[in-house]
Design a protein around this ligand. Structure first.
Ligand code: RBF
Length: 158
């Protein structure tokens, strides 16, 4: 597969903008929480590592990934929030629920970002199996929470 093992977890931070005074919203889905907690920790630690202040990171949970859009909007609407990071895990099942959820979130958070003119990052891990999700939460495909935080920082420097 062309994208095998390609990820942003090995990023180059040389040109990162100063985020010491930036405020971040983290929206984390509680569905598959054992995995989303790891994504969330990865994002949080990455923001701190690159200079964000703990007091400037506002973490909120929503029941499932479908609610990430509203959670993002409730944070993004505040002028003082500079970027929002959405984190969730959607695993394919016997029905098409995953399609509906993923498309809704992709469209929804895109619209929130465009409406408020600020980065709203898509940190939704969408996999066929639980194992593939673990691979993306600190496993062989890195930690997508880390990558989501990196994407937020990169966009703040745009
Ligand atoms: N939320 C997730 O974050 N990940 C899932 O894999 C997931 N699977 C779901 C499967 C079904 C059949 C349903 C009904 C909901 C699922 N949800 C999942 C929850 C969804 O995102 C949302 O929280 C609920 O549908 C309430 O709006």
């Amino acid at each position: 597969m062309a994208t095998a093992l390609k990820n942003l977890s090995d990023y180059n931070s040389d040109h990162f903008v100063d985020i010491a005074d930036k405020r971040f919203g983290l929206v984390v889905a509680e569905w598959n929480r054992e995995i989303t907690d790891i994504l969330s920790a990865g994002a949080y630690e990455t923001l701190l590592k690159h200079g964000a202040q703990a007091d400037n990171i506002f973490r909120n949970t929503v029941p499932g990934s479908f609610e990430l859009t509203l959670g993002a909007q409730l944070l993004a609407q505040h002028e003082e929030i500079d970027a929002v990071i959405c984190l969730g895990v959607v695993i394919k099942g016997d029905t098409k629920h995953d399609d509906y959820i993923c498309h809704a979130v992709a469209n929804g958070i895109t619209n929130v970002g465009l409406k408020y003119n600020k980065p709203v990052i898509f940190g939704l891990v969408t996999t066929n199996t639980l194992e593939q999700a673990w691979d993306r939460a600190g496993g062989k495909h890195g930690n997508k929470g880390v990558e989501a935080a990196v994407a937020a920082i990169q966009m703040l420097g745009f």
